[in-house]
Design a protein. Structure first.
Length: 160
């Protein structure tokens, strides 16, 4: 008598075990050659620009709320403030995900001559992204942008 798992194909088993409704946000970790390193880098640059804009909006709205507590648009302002904070958090998470699930797992190899330098620079981006999540600071936002820009030489645009 065949056991159930012997009758199922490998694809069916993967669907059963991995198809639990969870979404994978990282690209596959096999050498498929589909993703473009420069495109991943550019997505982090865009996320960083969004974080800077969100930080500016958070500061502006916070100042307005502090200055005019009696204003009846306070509820609207608090709503916008929460939306900008959430937006800032999401874009920082995007950066951390790209670094950890793509670059660190697939592009940084222990055998590279500049391995420690690459590892350090990528870690700096993760820490900077964490810091922009912790506060609404233009300095922290600028540090994140600079840390991401330091990765640019590793991921140049390629013409195909």
């Amino acid at each position: 008598m065949m056991r159930i798992y012997e009758m199922l194909s490998a694809g069916s088993l993967l669907f059963i075990f991995l198809g639990s409704g969870q979404v994978a946000f990282a690209h596959c970790q096999i050498p498929c050659g589909i993703y473009d390193d420069h495109a991943r880098y550019q997505s982090m640059v865009e996320d960083s620009a969004t974080i800077e804009k969100a930080t500016n909006q958070i500061i502006e709205i916070s100042e307005l709320l502090h200055a005019d507590q009696a204003n009846r648009s306070v509820a609207v302002s608090y709503n916008q403030l929460v939306r900008w904070v959430t937006n800032k958090e999401n874009h920082a998470d995007n950066i951390i995900t790209v670094i950890t699930n793509y670059f660190l797992t697939q592009r940084i190899k222990s055998g590279q001559q500049d391995y420690l330098d690459r590892l350090s620079k990528h870690h700096t981006v993760i820490v900077a992204a964490m810091k922009v999540k912790q506060n609404a600071s233009l300095a922290a936002s600028a540090d994140l942008t600079a840390a991401i820009q330091a990765l640019g030489p590793y991921y140049p645009k390629h013409e195909h």
